[in-house]
Design a protein around this ligand. Structure first.
Ligand code: XMP
Length: 514
């Protein structure tokens, strides 16, 4: 196993970003809850430990704590925000309510001699602050290495004990040289070589899967999305024809998507596997007829998906392993037993097929972030348009058609969406916007086409900039592009006579319409 950094999670909203940044420095990194016993952490043989921020005050009774021993192992520790305050408090410094709350981009001035964590960093440097408490007095043995106008201790260190504290958040991109600082920590202080590479990951994973599975039979539900595609290719490389991929076309996919998936994974494609395409659209339309409530639609689509999948599994016969495309954010978000348990339950469509009788679940991407999954996908030779594809919800267009779903409405939203995507690509914007799509509002209004009065549907266009999909801003798509898309949609998509552009941010809106 590679050299490793352990990130101890104190419930901060940026905990995943910390791990991301460390991995960007090519150092493998795992997040654990602050409740994890120190013996377990030491058993992971970390080269360094990072303590994240968190929403509490260290001096409140019951606040997430750490023992003195954490700072006495000789392993370098970097505390961030709450983590920094905790380090000071535990080691004999003092944390108080700050006279001025600091929030946002803040100028941080470096003190001399310049800390090795600030090697290559400009003075002053802009960092992201978000705190109500501050370090009033550093612990014995520490010296202050940076300050701001409002914060006498923006950074401190005890170089001899290899303990470091930042009041700011280097992991947030607004901290202009934050990545550099984290790199200085993991490479310079912890001595990591930085040899975590996605190519190695792919090769090693294929080898491990092959050893584990032997000649067992593997079943994978392929959605055509990034995660399941990459998982399927890893498995295909490991066990070839012992892998069966079931692809359910529920009739709620984007235009041509089902054929595209089949072209890549089907018999004409490049991979050795058994590909089963189930054309189940009519089943889904029948089940969805007249249903208007968004959650009920989700439930119906999820359940029907499982039924179809089970029926196929039954035909295949023996199944030893079931593949899941779980990725690291799913693991972290469903709770590490620590503080960060933001659960997006509605995003797990349907759950596990309880009918399929299998021995074990394999999750080859469990430790990867999305962009790492993409890097593995590219390394494995999966076409770029599949690997770089934007997220698409499991219930598909079912939740992009407000109100009841009909085949005709699916066609409208598919055609409008295809035009939007085409024009975004023509404008060179495709890869730059977090997520964008067309949705069918249930609004009908009067229009005029030639000499005729129309009474047709309105399409809504949505495009958002987002990093984590938990919050999002409406994307500033150039007017020219929006007008072109609008004009093409009303001209080319029958029964659509109006197009809206949604300017709502999330919150209060969501990204999807249902
Ligand atoms: P919202 O609409 O909650 O979307 O702002 C955030 C992200 O989650 C996706 N999403 C879903 N994905 N099943 C999924 O697999 C769902 O039911 C679902 N609802 C939303 C959405 O596309 C966006 O990326």
């Amino acid at each position: 196993m590679n050299e490793k950094i352990v990130v101890i999670d104190f419930g901060g909203q940026y905990n995943q970003l910390v791990a991301r940044r460390v991995r960007e420095a090519h150092v493998y990194c795992e997040i654990v809850s602050y409740r994890t016993p120190l013996t377990e952490i030491l058993a992971m043989s970390p080269k360094g430990i990072i303590l994240t921020g968190g929403p509490n005050s260290v001096y409140e009774p019951g606040a997430p704590a750490a023992g003195r021993e954490l700072f006495e192992t000789g392993i370098p520790v970097l505390g961030l925000c709450y983590g920094a305050q905790l380090m000071m408090q535990v080691l004999g410094g003092e944390v108080r309510r700050a006279p001025e709350r600091e929030y946002g981009k803040t100028e941080v001035a470096l003190d001399t001699p310049v800390s090795p964590l600030f090697a290559g960093v400009s003075d002053p440097t802009i960092c992201w602050m978000s705190h109500n408490d501050y370090i009033f007095r550093v612990a014995p043995g520490f010296r202050v290495t940076a300050h701001t106008d409002n914060c006498p201790v923006a950074a401190a260190e005890n170089a001899e004990k290899r303990l470091y504290a930042f009041q700011f958040h280097p992991e947030v991109l607004h901290s202009v040289q934050g990545t550099r600082m984290l790199e200085n920590f993991v490479r310079g202080i912890c001595g990591c070589r930085g040899d975590w590479r996605m190519e190695d990951f792919a090769e090693r994973t294929v080898r491990e899967l092959r050893e584990k599975i032997g000649d067992g039979k593997v079943l994978c539900a392929l959605s055509g999305g990034v995660d399941s595609s990459v998982a399927a290719v890893l498995l295909s490389r490991a066990v070839g024809k012992n892998l069966t991929c079931v692809f359910v076309d529920h009739g709620l996919l984007r235009k041509n998507e089902a054929n595209e998936v089949e072209a890549v994974f089907g018999p004409e494609g490049a991979y050795e596997l058994n590909f089963v395409r189930v054309n189940a659209r009519h089943r889904f339309y029948v089940k969805l007829a007249g249903v208007t409530d968004p959650e009920t639609k989700r439930k119906i689509i999820g359940e029907e998906f499982i039924r179809v999948f089970e029926e196929e599994a039954k035909k295949i016969g023996r199944v030893d392993y079931l593949v899941q495309g779980t990725i690291y954010p799913d693991v972290v978000e469903s709770g590490l037993g620590g503080e960060s348990a933001t659960i997006k339950s509605h995003h797990n469509v349907g759950g596990l097929p309880d009918y399929v009788d299998f021995r074990e679940i394999v999750e080859p991407l469990r430790l990867l972030f999305k962009d790492e999954v993409r890097a593995v996908g590219l390394h494995l030779g999966i076409p770029e348009y599949l690997v770089m594809r934007q997220p698409f919800p499991g219930p598909g267009l079912g939740i992009r058609i407000i109100g009841d779903v009909t085949e005709e409405k699916v066609r409208m939203v598919q055609d409008a969406d295809a035009i939007f995507r085409e024009e975004m690509a023509n404008a060179g914007l495709g890869g730059q916007v977090g997520q964008y799509f067309a949705a069918l509002t249930n609004v009908r209004s009067v229009g005029v086409m030639g000499d005729e009065r129309t009474y047709d549907y309105a399409i809504a266009l949505r495009a958002v900039d987002t990093i984590d999909f938990m919050t999002a801003d409406c994307s500033e798509i150039p007017y020219g592009v929006l007008k072109k898309v609008t004009s093409r949609i009303v001209n080319e998509v029958s029964h659509v006579n109006r197009v809206f552009y949604d300017l709502t941010s999330k919150p209060p809106g969501t990204i999807e319409f249902e």
